[in-house]
Design a protein around this ligand. Structure first.
Ligand code: GLU
Length: 454
């Protein structure tokens, strides 16, 4: 079994941002790719912001994306507790190690980390000069994504604040040591912290983990990192808008990683198989909602009708398009027609609302266009009795009867179609007309035409 242990270490703020989700996903993928362990650790030292609600949003978002954790909240594990707010004993113990090693001092009520190390505590002038050199000696980070990065940590830094609370750098490193983390995969915004972290690992006498800093996600337009205010930034919104988790997960995996071929739609098994550090891009990636929507549409169209109906029903109900107890057969028949044109679940009500509601709006442009060719009311008045007289209201029967009628008028059957579609749907486009009429049924079609004619 592989020894790989990775962690996702979010500070829950009440949002599950796409950047965090991507960090979680990359860690999860690496764990699954290597047969390692995926740890979820909650960095909840900011008591004001880290509420139960914030945790719920995070865990729900991760579960929605299918990112199951092997150790962490609600799951347990040998390295718990998995909330930093419950690990004070461990921090005290580790702080003592640094105190014992002479790597700390107190200043202004805070506990500081001394960069130079005990070797130089009893220094003379010569050593003092050496210390200056050592201080500016850069830490070398062999980043699995960025390659060799050098950074000099020039100033001592605080470990424990005056109020007794330990700082991020300290608890982050202590936990990575205590939890046996082998690879730290996180956003590039943390690269500037890594020299501090390496200094701390060294002070504890522990070999630092492999670092892999993943590039930023830029917002759709302009420059700059995607923030929680940008459209498409929050995972909880996708769930609400009826996006498919598998599609969102597929899309996020492509934000900063690629399978080294042109493919974009990959199932999760393939992504797990192919995911590795060399496939992670060095450059920043840009969020592209169109691409996500296109991918989502592909996933939607592939769903079997039962699953598609299961997902669409609550959204149509919420949009007021169908009643809670809408007939399942009718709903499925309608969705069967509309699924091939689906772009997202939340646009389904626009696409198929008129199947369920009689007060659909009439698209004016389409109406004018149709009226230019021939009076739609006259055309419909001709065929209304034929439709009324049909015993089997099937697409084939409708077609045959309309064709016969058109022939008698020396017209093509298509001459009737635009008016027919417009009268029963208010639209100029939609699913194939004849199957659509069959699904709507005679009663609905006839009464709609009658109302249109007036
Ligand atoms: N709590 C930090 C964050 O949310 C974790 C950083 C890390 O992964 O080391 O950014």
């Amino acid at each position: 079994m592989s020894q790989v242990r990775v962690r996702f270490a979010p500070s829950p703020t009440g949002f599950f941002h796409i950047g965090s989700a991507r960090t979680a996903l990359f860690n999860w993928l690496y764990a699954r790719h290597t047969g390692g362990t995926f740890v979820l650790r909650i960095e909840d030292t900011d008591k004001e912001r880290n509420t139960d609600e914030a945790l719920r949003v995070l865990l729900e978002g991760m579960r929605w994306l299918g990112l199951d954790w092997d150790e962490g909240p609600e799951v347990g594990g040998d390295c718990g507790p998995y909330f930093q707010s419950q690990r004070q004993d461990i921090y005290d113990e580790y702080l003592q190690k640094l105190v014992d090693a002479g790597r700390t001092y107190e200043k202004d009520g805070a506990i500081w980390f001394k960069l130079e190390g005990e070797r130089y505590t009893a220094y003379d002038d010569y050593l003092k000069a050496e210390i200056e050199k050592v201080k500016t000696q850069p830490v070398v980070i062999d980043d699995a994504v960025r390659g060799r990065v050098e950074r000099a940590e020039e100033k001592d830094f605080v470990l424990v604040r005056k109020d007794g609370s330990p700082v991020f750098h300290f608890v982050n490193v202590v936990d990575d040591i205590a939890m046996g983390i082998t690879h730290v995969i996180r956003g590039e915004d943390h690269l500037s912290n890594t020299s501090k972290h390496v200094e701390l690992f060294n002070a504890f006498g522990v070999t630092p983990p492999v670092f892999a800093h993943i590039p930023l996600i830029l917002k759709e337009e302009g420059s700059g990192k995607m923030s929680k205010r940008d459209k498409g930034a929050l995972i909880e919104d996708y769930a609400e808008r009826g996006f498919l988790a598998a599609a969102v997960r597929n899309y996020i995996s492509l934000l900063g990683w690629n399978p080294k071929d042109e493919r974009e739609k990959l199932d999760i098994g393939e992504i797990i198989e192919l995911f590795d550090f060399p496939g992670i891009n060095k450059g920043n990636s840009r969020f592209d909602e169109k691409k996500l929507s296109a991918l989502n549409a592909e996933y939607l169209r592939e769903l079997n009708l039962e699953s598609f109906t299961f997902l669409a029903r609550p959204l149509l109900n919420e949009a007021g398009v169908i009643a809670e107890d809408e007939d399942e057969d009718y709903l499925q028949a309608v969705l069967g027609l509309c699924q091939p044109k689906a772009r997202s679940l939340d646009t389904m009500s626009e696409l198929c609302g008129y199947f369920f509601q009689d007060d659909y709006s009439m698209d004016e442009k389409t109406g004018n266009k149709i009226a230019k060719k021939a009076d739609p009311k006259e055309l419909l008045a001709e065929i209304l009795p034929i439709l009324e007289g049909l015993e089997n209201f099937t697409a084939d029967a409708i077609q045959a009867s309309l064709e016969a009628h058109a022939e008698s008028k020396d017209l093509k059957v298509f001459a009737y179609f635009p008016a027919l579609r417009y009268s029963v749907s208010g639209q100029g486009g939609g699913p194939d007309l004849l199957p659509m009429l069959e699904v709507m049924g005679k009663v609905r079609v006839v009464s709609r035409i009658q109302r249109f004619i007036g």
